[in-house]
Write a protein that binds this ligand. Structure first.
Ligand SMILES: Nc1ncnc2c1ncn2[C@@H]1O[C@H](COP(=O)(O)OP(=O)(O)OP(=O)(O)O)[C@@H](O)[C@H]1O
Ligand SMILES: [Mg+2]
Length: 299
């Protein structure tokens, strides 16, 4: 959708619990603090973690009268029909509607996908301008990208997810001649460097060459992420006690640095848009309002 001015960031990985929703939420808050209009779509109809994160933020901000920015958020309804076909049609229609509403209205659209293959996951991937794949820092988790030679660690065969992305890329190229910038982000990196950490790093680099993607250094394993979720706060919000519901730690500051480095590594089209956007759109003007409709949570 870059031609309409909305840059689409899809966060995807078929491996569950790799940090997709946490990353999606942090990216959206970071971009709002940069003065951008941000929309997000949660296509994980089962867990809806991103939606819950958005709700927690709204509730916490309202309860404590906090002036923090909120994205325009879309999610799928929970109560659906028993028919898989009907559900797919409903989900497709809602997704399409959300995309139409967002087009041109948001500078960035962030789409969080589930840890399994669905028709919407595939569709979302083919809309991506930037695809972010958080990957847990373990050899087992690399298998979701490519099957590795047990002796050399070289990628032997592309995995199901890598093939899904390749198909999305081909589709995208045939539709509007654009490519998807695919960035693997190492997540939950162990703070104690070990032999395994080095092995993972080496293997990821080989996989990236094979799959035509880039690698970003990513985020260390930090317990603060668990405590941020209930308040809907992120490492980009002001680190004061009222915001966090507790005292900030060194970990917050380090995580903020890491996320900043991560956003830089994504090479989003930020600089060319920043000046105009900040002048036109003061961040705090995006401050809280009640959700309007059940699929769309307006900022
Ligand atoms: N860098 C990190 N350090 C520690 N915990 C983390 C980190 N990143 C994410 N987590 C935690 O890992 C868990 C899974 O994260 P998250 O829900 O973002 O993953 P996901 O890929 O969206 O999962 P799913 O595939 O189930 O949708 C959460 O409890 C989150 O707080
Ligand atoms: Mg998730």
């Amino acid at each position: 959708m870059a031609s309409t001015g909305t840059h689409v960031i899809v966060v995807g990985n078929e491996k569950g619990g790799s940090g997709k929703s946490t990353t999606a939420f942090h990216l959206s808050v970071y971009l709002m603090y940069q003065g951008f209009r941000v929309a997000s779509i949660d296509v994980d109809s089962r867990q809806q973690t991103l939606t819950q994160y958005v709700r927690n933020r709204r509730n916490w901000a309202q309860a404590h009268d906090l002036a923090v920015p909120h994205a325009s958020h879309y999610h799928l309804p929970l109560s659906r029909s028993d028919s898989i076909k009907e559900n797919q049609k409903l989900e497709f229609d809602l997704f399409r509607q959300a995309i139409i509403e967002v087009e041109g209205e948001a500078d960035f659209l962030i789409v969080d996908t589930p840890g399994f293959d669905t028709h919407l996951t595939r569709l979302a991937h083919s809309l991506a301008d930037t695809l972010v794949t958080p990957l847990n820092d373990s050899i087992i988790d690399l298998d979701v990208m490519a099957h590795l030679d047990p002796v050399t660690g070289d990628p032997r065969e592309m995995s199901h997810y890598a093939r899904l992305v390749q198909r999305a890329r081909t589709e995208r190229l045939s539709i509007d001649g654009r490519t998807i910038d695919w960035v693997i982000v190492r997540n939950r990196i162990s703070m104690l460097p070990s032999r395994s950490t080095k092995l993972v790093q080496g293997a990821i680099e080989k996989i990236a060459v094979r799959l035509g993607c880039r690698v970003a250094e990513g985020i260390a394993e930090r317990v603060i992420f668990r405590s941020l979720f209930p308040t809907g706060m992120t490492v980009f919000d002001p680190l004061d006690e009222e915001m966090l519901g507790g005292l900030p730690s060194m970990s917050h500051l380090s995580a903020r640095q890491e996320y900043r480095a991560l956003v830089e590594a994504l090479r989003l089209p930020i600089n060319d848009r920043t000046a105009a956007r900040i002048a036109a759109n003061k961040v705090l003007a995006q401050t809280a309002a009640e959700p309007t409709r059940f699929e769309h949570m307006a900022p």
